[in-house]
Design a protein around this ligand. Structure first.
Ligand code: C2E
Ligand code: MG
Ligand code: MG
Length: 452
C-alpha cells in the first residue's frame, strides 16, 4: 500500500517535470526544454567547441487569421505547424514552441550560415503548403532567425537574443525572410534603434520639418499646388531621407504621431497661399490600413481651418494591396468630405490596372522613372502615352513627377500630360521660401500683364 502510494507520487513527480517542459497545445517542448538541450550540446562539446545553431520561426500574419477564423482554427494551425516542423528537422534536432506563433529549434549538426539558410528555406517551403481546416484551406508564411554558437552567444540567453535579433530583422524585411545573425546585422539593428530614438526626440522637439515642391500646369508653368515633403536633419546623423525615416516610423509604430505633426504644419503653411492652390500630402501605407485615419485627418484640417477640398492625399499601391477593404473605406470617407486622392509613383509597384477601375482615385502621378527616360527611351515614351490616354478615358487627372529638363516638359505636353512637378519647376523649399517663391511669381505675372 505504502509502496503503491510512493509509486503514484513518483509518477506524478515525473509528470510534473514533463509538464514543466512541455507545451500543452502541441506536445512539443517549451523554452526550458530548448534551454536544457542547448546547455547539453554546449557541455558535450566543451572540450572541442564545435559550432551548432539555434533558430526561431515566427508565423507571418497569424493574428489576423486567429481573429478571423477563431482561436480553435488558430490552435489547429499551430498543431499542424508543430507536426510539420518535427517531421522535417534533421536528425538530432529539437523543436520547441515558445507560446503564440513562435517555434524554435536546436540544431546540433548545423555549423555555419549556409547550412542554416538552407534549412530555413526548406522549413519555409514546408510551412507554405496550405493548412487544412476541414471546411477551408489557409496559407501562411513564416520568418526565420538563426544564431550560431559560440559566435552569436556563449550562453543560452545570449544565443536566444541573437536569434531574436535575426528574426526581428527578417520581420522588418517583409514576409518569409531568413536571417542568420552576424556582427553586421547586430550593427544594422543598433543603427536603426539609434535612428528611431533620434527621430522620436526630433518629433517631440518639433525638429521634423516639411518642405513644399510646386506642382504646375505644363501649358503655362503656373503653380497649381504644392506637394509636402518631410525633412529631417539630425545634429549627429546629418540629413536623413524621408524614404528612410518614414518607413522606420511605420515599422516602429509611431507613423501617426509623425504624420499628424507634418500634416498640421503643412496645412498651416497652406493657409497663407492663394486659396486656389492645393496641398498634396503623402499618406503612408500603415495609415491607410488604419480605419481612424480619415477621422484624424479631417480633425486636423478642421483644427487648422483648411478646407478639405484643398487637400490631396497621395497613396501608393502597396497600401491599397495590403488591406484593400480598410483602404477603400478610409478613401471613401475622405472623398466624401471633399479630399481628393492621388495614386503616387504609378508604374513602379505591382501596378494593376484593375486597381484603377475598382478604386476611386482622382489623380495618377506618373513615376519619375518613366519621366527621366522620356526623351531617349521609346518604351518609356509609349508607356507614358498609354497611361495618359487611359487616365483620360477613366476621367483621372495625370501629373508627371521628376521633370528635370525643358525637353521633358515639352515631350510630356505633346503626349497630352497637363500637370507636372520636378526640379525644372522648383525644388522642395521650406514654408518661408515657398511664400517668397509665390510672391516672386505673382510679381512676375503682374509685370508680364503690364508689358502686354
Ligand atoms: P514621393 O512622394 O514620390 O516624392 C517625390 C520625391 O521625388 C521627393 O523625394 C522629391 O524631393 C523628389 N523629386 C521631386 N522632383 C524631382 C526631380 O526633378 N528629380 C529628382 N531626382 N527627384 C525629384 P523625397 O523628398 O526624398 O521623398 C521621398 C519619398 O518619401 C516620397 O516620394 C514619399 O514617398 C516619402 N515621403 C516624403 N515626405 C513624406 C511624408 O510627409 N509622409 C509620408 N508618408 N511619406 C513621405
Ligand atoms: Mg508623393
Ligand atoms: Mg511619387
Amino acid at each position: 500500500m505504502k509502496s503503491a502510494n510512493h509509486a503514484t507520487q513518483e509518477v506524478s513527480h515525473t509528470d510534473l517535470h514533463a509538464m514543466a517542459y512541455t507545451d500543452p497545445l502541441t506536445g512539443l517542448g517549451n523554452m526550458y526544454r530548448l534551454r536544457d538541450r542547448v546547455r547539453q550540446i554546449a557541455h558535450e562539446r566543451a572540450e572541442d567547441p564545435a559550432p551548432f545553431t539555434i533558430g526561431i520561426a515566427n508565423l507571418d500574419g497569424f493574428k489576423p487569421i486567429n481573429d478571423l477564423f477563431g482561436p480553435r482554427a488558430g490552435d489547429e494551425i499551430l498543431c499542424q505547424v508543430a507536426h510539420r516542423l518535427k517531421a522535417c528537422v534533421p536528425d538530432g534536432a529539437t523543436v520547441t514552441r515558445h507560446g503564440g506563433d513562435e517555434f524554435a529549434f536546436a540544431l546540433p549538426l548545423v555549423f555555419e550560415r549556409k547550412g542554416a539558410e538552407k534549412l530555413g528555406q526548406m522549413l519555409r517551403e514546408v510551412l507554405s503548403a496550405p493548412f487544412d481546416l476541414g471546411d477551408r484551406n489557409v496559407r501562411l508564411s513564416a520568418s526565420f532567425g538563426f544564431a550560431i554558437y559560440p559566435f552569436a552567444g556563449e550562453d543560452f540567453a545570449d544565443l536566444l537574443e541573437s536569434a531574436d535579433t535575426a528574426l526581428y530583422r527578417s520581420k522588418r524585411r517583409g514576409r518569409g525572410q531568413i536571417t542568420v545573425y552576424s556582427q553586421e546585422i547586430a550593427e544594422e539593428m543598433k543603427r536603426a534603434t539609434h535612428l528611431e530614438q533620434a527621430l522620436r526626440n526630433a518629433i517631440i522637439a518639433q525638429e521634423v520639418d516639411v518642405h513644399f515642391q510646386p506642382i504646375v500646369d505644363l501649358c503655362d508653368g503656373a503653380v497649381i499646388g504644392f506637394e509636402a515633403l518631410a525633412r529631417w536633419s539630425d545634429a549627429d546623423l546629418g540629413y536623413v531621407s524621408p524614404a528612410v525615416f518614414v518607413p522606420l516610423a511605420e515599422e516602429r509604430g509611431f507613423i501617426d504621431t509623425l504624420s499628424d505633426t507634418l500634416l498640421r504644419r503643412a496645412a498651416e503653411a497652406a493657409l497663407s497661399w492663394p486659396k486656389e492652390l492645393f496641398l498634396s500630402f503623402n499618406l503612408s501605407s500603415a495609415q491607410l490600413m488604419d480605419p481612424k485615419t480619415a477621422f484624424n485627418t479631417l480633425a486636423i484640417l478642421n483644427r487648422v481651418g483648411l478646407d478639405p477640398r484643398r487637400l490631396e492625399l497621395e497613396i501608393t499601391e502597396t497600401a491599397v494591396m495590403t488591406d484593400a477593404d480598410t483602404a477603400q473605406k478610409v478613401v471613401a470617407e475622405l472623398r466624401a468630405s471633399g479630399v481628393r486622392v492621388s495614386l503616387d509613383d504609378f508604374g513602379t509597384g505591382q501596378s494593376s490596372l484593375g486597381r484603377l477601375r475598382d478604386f476611386s482615385f482622382d489623380k495618377v502621378k506618373i513615376d519619375r522613372a518613366f519621366v527621366s527616360q522620356i526623351t531617349d527611351d521609346r518604351a518609356s515614351e509609349h508607356i507614358v502615352k498609354a497611361v495618359v490616354a487611359m487616365c483620360e478615358g477613366l476621367d483621372l487627372a495625370v501629373v508627371a513627377e521628376g521633370i528635370e529638363e525643358y525637353s521633358q516638359s515639352l515631350k510630356l505636353k505633346a503626349l497630352g500630360c497637363h500637370m507636372g512637378q520636378g526640379y525644372f519647376y522648383g525644388r522642395p523649399a521650406d514654408a518661408a521660401a515657398t511664400l517668397r517663391f509665390l510672391a516672386e511669381r505673382s510679381a512676375g505675372t503682374h509685370k508680364q500683364a503690364i508689358a502686354r
